[in-house]
Design a protein around this ligand. Structure first.
Ligand code: SF4
Length: 479
């Protein structure tokens, strides 16, 4: 038998084997699908019904990359996402041809001026410079990786002058003076991995004049890696300021307050997306997270939806006073506003009792959260553009606006949105998801699963390792 015949027989046998194996596997799966009792669709359409699960799985990616228009995807449209990446990575934020906004739709617009200030007339400190790195896009081929080069870049920081600094907690022993108007919203270590928290801490430290909110997960050593001011958030779970039984631990609070980078404390209440409290599965509570949060390792944690330390405004104010007196540092609250009645009640009580928070962080109902229920995320709490004027108005009505700093958050990740929030009553603005995108988030919406594909929102070392901080504008990083 010659070689050609041998090759023909081998080819025939291979094709026949593949064919019959496929048929046998198909029949086997067909029988399994037909007999199983869990999925009616598979009983009715054995084998074929499996295509549905596959398409369902890849649907979000197909929509994200192929079918959604640049303006319609949520939570952030492709346009918004690209805008953040272009500003953060390439330091380029210009567009060509014109806006894609639908100008027929109602919305907010920034009032322009016929005689705007020249750059040199702006009353800002232009002496502070920030030196960081940016990518220059050299080539953007269709089928291969982009070619980019990293280069050093220095720009003006535009901080507030000393006479204009925003003072949070004028009555506190150690007021918090803020020179920049944008900071990082609450994002806990545990929700984000150590690479992400470290990158943000270092990046914000380089930016200067800004701040970082720890989120309710407590202060980790990664928050302290950069030289950035910190607002330590305390949630109803009291993570980082509790004993193992869950009681408030004043000694732990005092210890934290002695860390010079901690400039203020924020009590988280009136939660929108976490109205039912929080839950962390036991496997996520590793030794390190347990130590930071002051809980038992490898035990699941259920945090209540309200502090046990107070149950109305006078007792809340009492609690705030205690913390302020004990630490000497300003104390604020983070709220999601439900109606004008609550805003008015808060301001009225502050006036009558002559007590209250040094700052109020108002989170819009559209604000992000690492893990919550769909219904709560969708429906609880007013959006920021409704909530902000209510609180600002209530504080002005009761003549206490000058005693309180308002920090606004809720998708305020572009300069025009920041400007609108400042015009509507905010003194400062917090950003969370915008910062997540700057460190690599690609919006897969898997933050709750601990399987973030880019290693941002995960504590799993296998996923975390994918986030290389060398490439995120940090020259050398030790974690
Ligand atoms: S990439 Fe996905 S899982 Fe990771 S932070 Fe972004 S949205 Fe969350």
């Amino acid at each position: 038998m010659n070689t050609a015949n041998i090759m023909t027989i081998i080819g025939f046998v291979t094709v026949a084997t593949i064919f019959f194996t496929t048929i046998i596997i198909g029949i086997y799966l067909f029988m399994i699908d037909k007999r199983q009792k869990q999925h009616p669709i598979l009983r009715n359409y054995p084998l074929l019904g499996r295509a549905r699960y596959f398409l369902e799985q890849i649907g979000p990616e197909l929509r994200q990359y192929l079918f959604d228009s640049d303006l319609e995807a949520k939570p952030l449209s492709r346009k918004d996402y690209k805008n953040i990446v272009k500003s953060a990575k390439y330091k380029r934020d210009v567009i060509g041809f014109g806006s894609q906004r639908d100008f027929e739709e109602a919305g907010f617009y920034v009032r322009n001026s016929l005689f705007p200030k020249l750059a040199e007339e702006m009353e800002l400190n232009k002496d502070e410079k920030v030196t960081t790195n940016r990518y220059i896009l050299l080539k953007n081929p269709l089928f291969t990786q982009r070619k980019e080069k990293l280069e050093e870049d220095t720009s003006i920081n535009y901080l507030l002058n000393d006479k204009d600094v925003i003072v949070i907690g004028k009555k506190a022993k150690y007021p918090f003076k803020v020179k920049g108007q944008i900071g990082m919203s609450a994002m806990s270590y545990g929700s984000l991995g150590k690479q992400a928290i470290t990158a943000l801490s270092k990046g914000l430290g380089i930016a200067k004049g800004t701040w970082m909110n720890t989120g309710e997960g407590g202060l980790s050593k990664y928050h302290l890696k950069g030289d950035v001011d910190i607002i330590m958030q305390i949630g109803p779970g009291l993570f980082g300021v509790r004993d193992l039984e869950g009681n408030f631990n004043w000694d732990a609070l005092l210890e934290k307050s002695k860390i010079p980078q901690i400039k203020a404390f924020e009590i988280k209440l009136g939660q929108g997306a976490k109205t039912r409290g929080g839950h962390i599965d036991a496997e996520k509570v590793n030794e390190e997270i347990a130590r930071i949060r002051m809980v038992k390792p490898f035990h699941s944690i259920d945090s209540p939806n309200r502090f046990r330390e107070y149950d109305d405004l006078p007792s809340l104010f009492q609690f705030i006073n205690q913390i302020r007196e004990y630490t000497g540092k300003p104390v604020g609250i983070k709220i999601v506003v439900g109606s004008h009645l609550e805003a008015d009640d808060l301001a009225k009580n502050m006036k009558e009792l002559d007590h209250g928070p040094d700052f109020i962080t108002i989170d819009g109902g559209e604000g992000g959260t690492g893990a919550s229920y769909q219904e709560l995320s969708d429906s609880v709490g007013l959006p920021i553009k409704s909530a902000l004027p209510l609180v600002d108005h209530a504080l002005k009505k009761h003549d206490i606006r000058d005693q309180v700093t308002i920090i606004a958050s809720g998708k305020l990740f572009t300069p025009d949105r920041v400007a609108i929030a400042l015009a509507m009553g905010a003194d400062l603005v917090n950003i969370a998801r915008g910062f997540m995108i700057t460190v690599g988030c690609i919006q897969t919406l898997q933050c709750h699963s601990n399987a973030c594909p880019v290693g941002v929102a995960t504590t799993d070392p296998n996923y975390r390792r994918r986030l290389l901080l060398m490439k995120k504008n940090i020259e050398q990083l030790t974690i």
